[in-house]
Structures are given as C-alpha cells and as structure tokens.
Design a protein around this ligand. Structure first.
Ligand SMILES: Nc1ncnc2c1ncn2[C@@H]1O[C@H](COP(=O)(O)OP(=O)(O)OP(=O)(O)O)[C@@H](O)[C@H]1O
Length: 465
C-alpha cells in the first residue's frame, strides 16, 4: 500500500470500534492514534497533523460535526472520514457540504473504510491537502476533496506513466489544462517539453505550418525554415487544446501524424519522424461533433484512447470550501496583500451558486472579493440562480419496462425522477452507500445522491408512506 507510515487519527467513544479501526489500519502499515472524544483529540493531538481523521458523529461533549467546524478554521486540509451509527441523511449532507471526505455508516465495511482512508491520503499527496506547516498554496495544484476529484486524480496517476493518448473533456474553466500539465509532470517525459497548441487561435491557412512546420519559400511570408509544434514536442508531450476547433480539411493530416508519428513540413518532400505523447482537450461534445459531420470519426477514435472527464464545479460542490481557501491564500500571496477572512456564510454562498464558468470563475470571484475586502471579510456578490443540477438516471429496471415519451415536461420529469428515487430508497431501506445501497443501484456517487435527495426534499417518513 502507498502512504505506509502516514498518521491516521481515530476519534470514537466506542472502544471496540476504535480498536477494530486501529487493527485494520495498522495491518496496512499506517500509524494510528485513537481518541475517545473530540475534546480529547483537541487537547492531546498538538503535534503532527494527521493525514486523515476517522471521526464518529455522535460523541460525548463536542460532536463530530462541531470538531469538523473547529478544524475548518485551523486545519482545513485534514480529510475527514465520518463514521455514524444512524446513516442520517441530513447530517451527512451537512458534513459533506462542509467538506467531509467520506461518510460511512456503522457497522462499517472494512474494505470501504480502507478505500476511503487510502484515497484521502492519496489526495493529500497530490497537494489537495496541505498542513499549516507545509508549503503554502502553489499555483498549478489540483485542489479538491470529493469523489469526482478523487476519480480524476486516480485516472491521472494511472495514465500519466504510459504513452497513451488522453482525451480530456469538460466545460470551460474546469481545469482541463491543469490536468494535461499534471499528466506531463508525472510522465517519463517530464524532463522534455510540454508544447501546448491552442487550436482555436490558429488562422485556418496556417494550421498545417503551425503543426508540421515549413520550408523557406513554401508560401508568402515563409522567409526561413521553421519547425512545427510536433517537432518542438519531440521527446515530450504535445497538448492540443480545443481540439474540436480543428477544420475538417486538416483532420486527416493530423490523423496520419498521430497514427504514424510522421509528417512533412509544408513545401518539403522529406518525411520526418517524432516521438511525442499526445494529450488533447475540448469543451465540445466530440461525439456530437462526429454525428454532426464536423469531426472525423476515425480521428475521434484515434483520440478516444483514454478519456478523462472533468466535472463541472456545480457537480462537485464539496470541493468548494477547499478551493475557496486555496484561492484566498494563493491570491493574497500573488497580490502581496493581507489575507482576507473567508467566513462559513461566505463558503455557503459560494456553494449555492451554479458556476457556469467553473473553477476559473471561482478564482475570478475570489480575486475581485479580495481586492474589495482590503484584508477584512470576503463578501460575495453573486446572482441567485435557479439552475438545475443534471438529473439522475432513472433506475435501470424502470427504463427497460417502458420507453420515456419524448415530450415530457420539466415538472413531469422531476416528478418521475423524484418518484423513482423514492422507490429505490424504499427498496434499499434508505441505505445510500455500500454495495447494496441506492447510490450503487443508480450508478451514482453517494455524495451526488445525498445532495439530490436533499434538493428534492425527500425524507424517510415520506419514503415509507
Ligand atoms: N482542481 C483545481 N484546483 C485548483 N485550481 C484549479 C483547479 N481546476 C482549475 N483550476 C484553475 O482554474 C483555472 C482554469 O483552469 P484551466 O485553464 O485548466 O481550465 P480549462 O478547462 O482548460 O479551461 P478552457 O476550456 O477554457 O481552456 C486555472 O487558473 C486553473 O489553475
């Protein structure tokens, strides 16, 4: 196991739970400290901040949620895995909104707990979590804590060491370029160049020369030989950003270069070979572009080797507290100004907004607020929106029974979706996580499901009616 020797603190008033968690984690080579209450943890754990905190919700004295709040002020980067005896949805919503890493119900599944702890430690390794004593915020960190973030980090660490082509898709400002840079940084090519080409900014007539280079005199203005981006990336990574913008005429030439790793400069006969790893990104739905005849199907399949989807920020609101803290720290450092104060109310405001411009917009909003705050409290002036989160898929069995009519109205869709969800929750006895939980049945993450349940105002009472 990775992260051997990392410190995990366990806070639970039930000694048998403390001891079984301790045994489980120790067997994996982790260092474990146990505490019988939150107060005890605060009083005694003044040394090294843990890489992960396994925390009971109901505790004598300060509760688990109160400790979470306390830590949010002083040690916001410690990932917390909650254990609760009740599986209380509204409580988990609150905990997850406040940035909890995972929420597991007792009796816990040892595998699930180990997975959660391991993933939290992995996330920390990636700079998602920094203790107070560690270096302060650096630009180019991939910050986050939730399930979508963890999946992304896992995918990056799996594909980076290979030479496979990576297709990164996601809305504007979600961090696609950051992902491409991280893949390069973690690859064997890291000592060589990462060459970025923004395909949206090249005039049509210059594409070929930009990609493959040209010989002197090849066209008006070609006053000397020039190498293209493929050659410039030799040994390293070629990052083609906004790949969906490449004109059809050039797509076949690009396909050949990608397939055969060879090409000719414009105005030259000689075939050149290069060793490049290709990473591409787009905010378009490339499949739809193929269907619309704007993108070659063969090129699409050549690129779609290892697809990575970066979720919109509104689908990973659990990352917002950590991202906000990160940007406040980073921007104060960059702007050389006193760090303004981020309040809990401010964080909640940020979590309510729907972020069409994603993380880029969040950064801009925090930058503007930092200027206006003059070292005091950050205030966020954001429009109130009614934007809907994307719908959950209906349970599979129901889809099979009857095809959806094409013309269902929005309220009808919502009513059906709510009804489906109620049925599934009834079926699982209101159990959300775990192998037989509703999230697994619906094929969504427990955190997504919990926020959906909250949003639809579903309650256990109603579900058993
Ligand atoms: N997970 C993250 N943690 C910290 N900063 C992030 C994260 N994701 C994105 N950012 C920051 O948000 C901004 C936008 O990210 P980036 O340029 O990578 O997005 P993009 O998806 O490539 O956007 P576009 O499609 O418009 O090119 C950058 O300043 C980047 O550093």
């Amino acid at each position: 196991m990775k992260n051997v020797d990392a410190l995990v603190c366990v806070v639970d008033d039930d000694v048998s739970i403390r001891e079984s968690v301790r045994g489980l984690l120790r067997a994996e080579g982790l260092r474990v400290e146990t505490y019988g209450s939150a107060d005890d943890f605060l009083a005694r754990s003044r040394g090294e901040p843990p890489g992960c905190l396994v925390l009971d919700v109901e505790l004598p004295g300060l509760s688990g949620l109160q400790l979470q709040r306390e830590l949010f002020r002083s040690e916001p980067h410690i990932p917390i895995v909650f254990l609760t005896g009740h599986g209380d949805i509204s409580m988990s919503v609150r905990a997850i909104k406040a940035g909890a890493f995972e929420f597991l119900t007792k009796p816990f599944d040892p595998e699930e707990l180990l997975d959660a702890v391991q993933e939290s430690l992995l996330t920390r390794e990636y700079g998602g979590h920094r203790s107070k004593d560690q270096a302060s915020a650096q630009s180019n960190e991939i910050v986050g804590i939730g399930g979508a973030h963890r999946t992304l980090i896992k995918q990056i660490s799996m594909v980076a060491p290979t030479d496979s082509t990576v297709l990164i898709q996601g809305e504007t400002g979600t961090g696609k370029e950051l992902v491409a840079r991280e893949i390069h940084k973690l690859s064997r090519r890291k000592e060589h160049a990462l060459v970025r080409v923004n395909c949206a900014s090249i005039p049509k007539e210059l594409y070929e020369s930009e990609f493959f280079g040209h010989a002197r005199g090849a066209f008006t203005g070609a006053i000397k030989d020039r190498m293209g981006r493929f050659e410039a990336a030799h040994g390293g990574t070629l990052f083609l950003d906004e790949i969906g913008e490449i004109p059809l005429e050039l797509q076949s030439k690009l396909l050949r270069a990608l397939q055969e790793k060879q090409f000719e400069r414009v105005g030259e006969e000689r075939t050149r070979r290069v060793d490049v790893r290709v990473v591409v990104a787009t905010n378009r739905d490339l499949k739809a572009e193929v269907a619309g005849g704007r993108f070659r199907e063969d090129l699409y399949y050549r690129l779609d080797v290892f697809p990575v989807r970066v979720s919109p920020l509104r689908d990973r609101r659990e990352d917002i507290p950590m991202l906000a803290k990160y940007f406040v720290e980073l921007l104060a450092k960059e702007m050389k100004c006193t760090k303004p104060r981020l309040t809990e109310a401010g964080v909640i405001r940020l979590q309510e907004y729907h972020w069409p411009g994603n993380i880029r917009e969040l950064r801009n909003v925090i930058e503007r607020a930092t200027i206006l705050a003059r070292g005091k409290v950050l205030e966020f002036d954001l429009p109130t929106t009614t934007a809907e989160a994307p719908a959950l898929p209906a349970p599979r069995s129901m889809n099979q029974e009857k095809a959806e009519p094409e013309f269902m109205t929005e309220p009808e869709i919502q009513r059906r979706e709510r009804e489906n969800l109620r049925i599934v929750l009834n079926k699982t006895g209101w159990k959300v996580g775990g192998p037989s939980g509703a999230a697994e049945l619906l094929g969504v993450k427990p955190t997504t499901l919990i926020s959906r349940i909250k949003k639809m105002g579903l309650s256990r009472n109603e579900a058993t009616q």
